[in-house]
Design a protein around this ligand. Sequence first.
Ligand code: KG4
Ligand code: ZN
Length: 367
Amino acid sequence: MRILAIETSCDETALAIISDATGSVGIERHLVSSQVDIHAKYGGVVPEVAARAHIERLFPMLDLLEIPRDGNEIDAVAVTAGPGLLPALRIGVETAKALSWSWQKPLVPVNHLEGHIYSVWRNQTEKFEIRNPKSETNSKIENRKGKRGIPEFPAVALIVSGGHTELILMRGHGLYERLGETRDDAAGEAFDKTAKLLGLGYPGGAMMGKLAAGSLQQAAGKIDAVAFPRPMMDSGDLDFSFSGLKTAVLHYVKGTAAPAALSDVCASIQEAIVDCLVLKTQKAIEKVRPKSLCVVGGVSANRRLRERMQEMADKEGVTLFVPDLSLTGDNAAMIGIAGYFNAKAGKFVDPLTLAADPGLRLGESSS
Ligand code: KG4
Ligand code: ZN
């Protein structure tokens, strides 16, 4: 089976071809065009601007995939149906519907969050491409060699992105039980909002990680330089809360006469966020005793989070899976992999009626 996958839920225009030609699911092509440069000047993603950029980029990118005009060689079209920004989602959904209808190929909706989870579900040699169609110099081809393992059920997934922080239990493909989630800001938002308070630009999560790690040719930050709060550590449930951290950082920035060095503040903020994520994930593991732990989404690129999760997973005797760095942020390869398993389970929808759903929850079906 070969699947064309489309992702436009936020500010990355992404396409991929997924296939099981070699016996297990893998990525054939994988194109991501980021709009981060466009939105940075607004300090956040502007939905209508994102939608317009998706329209401009999607068709040139489709051409790059060199799919025959009649859709021959493609067995199904997978698309992110939600959650996300409605104007942005609609471009991908309407394009997928048109292709599915005109090619007479089944249409598979994918929840963006299940996409992030499935970013670790691949185990074969692959060659894929990351390309900004406007700038050939940004092209990069990655070659992946060798077999890798895939998660086993039951699995616990921690999704940490700019919009979501959720702990999910999976007892099988497509079966999602929510164990906990954030009550206010997402972990990525906590990174971005506190980074903004420190003047690190938007989105500042990755920059904060670099300053904390000392990867900008400065000394690594001290994780205990500033005592920031770790909300809900003793709440007895598996929920998170990050808005108090943002307020604490604001007070620190405005009210401290002699603040610590920037890298120390970054390392202290990062440690507070990572502590909350690791502790609640550990509690989830102790509660449901899964075989695998998947840590996915944009924030899973964070080096310190990976280190701390690995230590915890080793201690708990559970196997940790994190995505390749090119699959932590939004991309269509993960949508195609999730779409592959949805297609195997016969989860198709009528290409005339699928509607983008900005508030789609994991485990709910799109219509
Ligand atoms: O999954 P994603 O690309 O988009 C959403 O679906 O939201 O996640 C983006 C988030 C942003 O908040 C970004 O700052 C954060 O992931 N992020 C990081 C790092 N790289 C990206 N946060 C902390 N450390 C990083 N290295
Ligand atoms: Zn995402």
